[in-house]
Every structure is written in C-alpha cells, then in structure tokens.
Design a protein around this ligand. Structure first.
Ligand code: NAP
Length: 266
C-alpha cells in the first residue's frame, strides 16, 4: 500500500484530489494535512472527511508528500513536516520556490518541483516537473501519480517560472476569455448556459487543432477563419486595435516575473 500526503487544503489540493479520486487506485491511501477549516467549503463538496488531519505527524510513513501551500507559508510548513518526512519524496507545486531553496531548508531527500494547473480536477492538468535526487522507482511512482491528473512533461528548472505563467496560470486566461465571450453572447440575446457549453467546446476544438496540426502556423489558421471583409475580420480589428495580443504577452511576462519574486525570501 502506498501512502500519499497532501499538505494544505486549498484550491490546488482540491483539484489534485479531484483527479486522483476519479479512478481510485486501490494501492494508494491519502491523508490531507490541513492547518485550519478556512477552505472547508472545498472539503464539504468532496469525500475528504476521514482522511483529514490537523497534525503534521500524519504524513509519517508516506511515500510522497505534496506541499500544496502558498509560497509565503512554504518555509514554515517545511519546518513543521520535516521531522516526519523520513525519506518521502517531497513534491512541490509552490510557485517560484526553487530546488536550491528547499535544499537550503535542509530538505535532503528526493524532491520533485512541479507546476500543475486546476484542470487536474478532471484529470486534464498540463503538468511540468523537475526531478532531483529521485531514484528510478520513486520517479515512476511520482509519474504515475501525476499522470492520473493529466499529462506530465519533464523540463529544465529554468523553464518552470515561464511555464508557471503559461500553463499554471493559463486556465485563468481561458476562463476570462470564456466569460467575456459568454457576456458578448448574452448582449446579443443568446442563452448563457447553452453559450457556455458551445464556446467551451469551440475552445476545446481550436486547442486540439492548434496542437494536432502543429505543421501549420497559427497565423495560417487565423487567415482560414478571417476571410477579407467578413465577420472575423471585424472582430479581430477591434482586438488588434485594443492591443489584445500585446497585452496577453505582457500578462505572461508579468506572471513569470511574479513567480521569481514569490521564490525570494521576504
Ligand atoms: N491554484 C492553482 O491553480 C495552482 C496551480 C499551480 C500551482 N499552485 C501552487 O500551489 C500552492 C497552493 O496554492 P492554492 O491555490 O491551493 O492556495 P490556497 O487555496 O490558499 O491553499 C493553500 C493551503 O495551504 C494551507 N496551509 C498553509 N500552511 C499550512 C501548514 N503549515 N499546514 C497545513 N496546511 C497549510 C492553507 O491553510 P488555510 O486553509 O488555513 O489557509 C490552505 O488550505 C501555491 O504554492 C501555488 O503557487 C497553485
């Protein structure tokens, strides 16, 4: 039996747990170490009840410990759980926090820095990972765990902050886009629920096309939709005039810079 501890009971913990409980592996048991009832609204909608503990010692005997706490709480939390790690693989999704920083906190054992996203909740996270001092067997176990929440790509650590901005924060950009599209539709008289379903499906289709037809540039696909003098050209003119593409680029750079700041001790 493999014991997995999740430290922190907030949004990411909730999303990862959502992914893991879709097809529960009978060989795994989970324990969630919470600090308070602040995110109780999230637990009530799940089956977390009996797996929750407020005692950091509850991580004892775990093969993997996922540190799902905010960057500002990482140092204190590591100090609390360190006596009970006992060689467990520490899996950190903490934005900005580098492997070297954990090593400075005397975390000597196997460490995996990851950047997942909230789509883990439905097993659709695009997760990046960096492995350090991890044996082949531990690596396989971590990969199996993370693959249950979506796809996993191993990257160099220098790319984690840029990818934090792109795929960790990314779902929020898409939700913002969807919200704006749905509101635009509402102003034109469309039904909100049906529009949400239709535009979500449209985004899924466009994303699949962009990924599956990677031999074509995205500009070529834009041209295929935007015939001269047509409807798409009218909307793209508004977006380009408002500087939308440049704004998105700036947003991504800002998120990556923020990740760097979050990793700096205060
Ligand atoms: N949310 C995302 O989409 C996302 C995506 C990728 C990476 N991340 C990373 O994941 C981490 C968690 O983010 P989040 O959005 O889940 O934050 P969150 O919703 O604020 O949850 C953080 C949780 O950590 C708990 N906590 C803090 N110190 C603790 C301790 N010593 N022992 C036990 N629990 C403790 C907090 O307790 P209280 O309930 O008492 O406040 C809270 O439940 C962050 O480092 C973030 O960078 C998040």
């Amino acid at each position: 039996m493999q014991r997995i501890a999740i430290v922190g009971s907030g949004h990411l913990a909730h999303a990862l747990w959502g992914g893991w409980r879709r097809n529960p592996d009978p060989q795994r048991t989970f324990v969630l170490v919470a600090r308070s009832d602040a995110h109780r609204d999230l637990w009530d909608s799940t089956e977390w009840g009996s797996m929750v503990s407020y005692d950091p010692a509850a991580i004892r005997g775990s093969a993997m410990v996922v540190l799902a706490v905010k960057p500002k709480d990482a140092q204190e939390t590591v100090a609390r759980i360190a006596p009970y790690l006992d060689g467990a693989v520490l899996v950190s999704p903490v934005a900005g926090w580098t492997i070297a920083q954990f090593r400075e906190l005397a975390v000597q054992g196997p460490l995996v820095r990851i950047m997942p996203n909230v789509c883990a909740a439905i097993g659709a996270s695009t997760t990046l990972a960096v492995f350090d001092r991890v044996s082949d067997q531990e690596r396989q176990a971590v990969e199996a765990l993370l693959n249950d929440c979506g796809s996993l790509t191993v990257v160099e650590e220098s790319l984690i902050n840029p990818y934090t901005a792109l795929v960790g924060s990314g779902p929020a950009y898409i939700f913002l886009l969807l919200e704006a599209l749905i509101e635009g539709g509402r102003q034109l008289g469309t039904d909100v629920d049906r529009t949400r379903e239709l535009v979500s499906s449209m985004v899924e289709g466009a994303a699949r096309l962009a990924r599956d037809r990677s031999q074509d540039t995205l500009s070529e696909w834009i041209k295929q939709v935007a015939s001269p003098g047509g409807t798409t050209e009218a909307s793209l003119a508004v977006l380009n005039q408002a500087g939308w593409p440049a704004l998105l680029r700036e947003a991504v750079v800002a998120a990556s810079q923020r990740a760097v700041q979050l990793g700096k001790p205060t």
